[in-house]
Design a protein around this ligand. Sequence first.
Ligand SMILES: [Zn+2]
Length: 168
Amino acid sequence: MAFRFCPQCGHPLTLRPVGDEGEQPFCADCRRFFFDNAVPCVLVAIVNERDEVLLLRQAYITDAPTLCSGYVKNGDTLEDAVRREVLEETGQQVERCRYVGSWYYAPKGLIMAGFLARVTACPFASSAEVDSLFWEDMTRAQHIIARENNLSGTLLDACVSLLAEDHS
Ligand SMILES: [Zn+2]
């Protein structure tokens, strides 16, 4: 996110040279730089003991079903964010999670870290951000999952390849 005003004190930022980074926005009052960093998020394929994936309907994002996602809070590790978002949005307890890969989502300036999380299916939580949840087998999930302006399908495809390696 590129700042024009200091997010801490509200004063206009000025450009100041720093190291190899060229000129970067700087607050003369707070004495710190505000770099144009991507916003970190996690995207999580939640897979149960029957190798089904949990899909979310979230009308505020897209009509097609998506995977669980959320912002990384200050103080979180990526794994903390995975466990918290999965619990908040779905009620599932992550037993183990595995990093799959990362993708940059240009429309919102997000860097999305993709994980495969293993759970034992338990009752769904209700979240204001989620309209409904359902388990789906991988093949059907790959057909119906959100792929337009959304990275859910990309992560799911990567997870299907990983799971196939696990079983070979
Ligand atoms: Zn400031």
